[in-house]
Design a protein around this ligand. Sequence first.
Ligand code: NI
Length: 226
Amino acid sequence: MLLHIDAVLSEEEAARCRAALEQADWVDGRATAGYQSARAKHNLQLAEDHPLALELGEHIVSVLEKNALFMGAALPLRVFPPLFNRYDGGHSFGTHVDNAVRQVRSTGHRIRTDLSATLFLTNPEDYEGGELVIEDSHGAQSVKLPAGHMVLYPSTSLHHVRPVTHGARISSFFWIQSMIRGDAQRTLLFDLDMAIQRLAADSRNDLSAVQLTGIYHNLIRMWAEI
Ligand code: NI
């Protein structure tokens, strides 16, 4: 499932992040790439242990923990501390697949990448190109969202970032290990969750909503790895 999550950060918050990041020291993005993706990756990145990356990353994770849509769709077990990248002057990232397992440098913890997330921090009108193109079961989906909006997609998908031919595109990107490893099961749980919420809005459906909520939790009990 590919999901847009609107306004993870407000426009003002995204602008503040962007202003701070514009002053930061960027390094070659290949620092965190695997062997195959290093050959395709041409962008800049904030070092993983850069104080600004840690500060903004913590804020993003704390905001996401209160975001019902994110929590319901990702069913997160662990979130990789958000990283930040910058594409300008023709930078691009050719077709690749994200590494299956990533180690958090500060803690040594390993995270299985079930879901990939890109949080856009620059508004689309401020740069040309830079679409994130994700190949999913419905074909290639091109994603370019307003500042503060995020896309969540299965890390199993091939994806690329088209060249930024004008302006600069600054984003945060990170991975999530979900309690539910498989995209099919996770999507089914999310659809069920959404349907229960619609049903529960009408008090005449109380008993059905309770029964279906029980089924939802029993499926999580059956499938969750924690
Ligand atoms: Ni990637």
